[in-house]
Design a protein around this ligand. Sequence first.
Ligand code: SF4
Length: 254
Amino acid sequence: MVPGAAAGAAAEAVAAAETRLERASALAAFAAETSACTLCALAEGRTQVVFGAGDPDAKLMFVGEAPGFHEDKQGYPFVGQAGKLLDKLLAGIRLERADVYIANVLKCRPPGNRDPQPSEIEACEQHLFKQVALIEPRLIATLGNFATKLLSGRPDGITRVHGTPREATLGDRSVTLYPLFHPAAALYTPSMMKTLEADFARIPGLLDAPAADSVGPAMEVPLEEPEWREAVASGTGTAGQEPSSSPEEQLDLF
Ligand code: SF4
């Protein structure tokens, strides 16, 4: 490398390191601020706010639904069975948690792992949008219906749009949204695992791609209470467990 080019590369490395430190500092300050949030009633029943975790400078961000029992106790997202599956899926594409950032639509646990309520999402979404603005990920993988609908601003259900990237504008930045089934869905319905693995396999290519394709016409898939919620909460949902109904019937749940 010629001296001028070497100096330029060194300056870029220093600037990147400074940016990383600034992001980490801003995110830590925002996490501290959010830890006392009382914007919705979920503040009353939580053990703690589950802000998010991972690389503040991540190019890939995952957004799930809400903390469950274990997340609420430990303060980290995806630490139960679904978290173990997420780790395995990440390992399948040669990534680990330290390489990505993981957050949820809601930062506090809904009682009994019930669905997030619209008023709770409305109160909490500002936290997620600010996280995205601070981290500036290139690709956001939305896990399940709630994250997908919130960040896309569209009613398309996850069964229709999973595995289909879409360009979106969040704040003043363009980002690729990539909807995926929630790992908990695959725990409850093992036949869904292959779909999830196939969708995950496209992530490295999307991180390298300049832009994503668009999805097809909007189709509303109504949200229903997913049965996996109770299965995961009670610890009975495991990969390898036989589904209680046909995969086709269960796919309509997600
Ligand atoms: S769920 Fe979100 S808005 Fe509600 S109290 Fe927790 S951090 Fe605040």
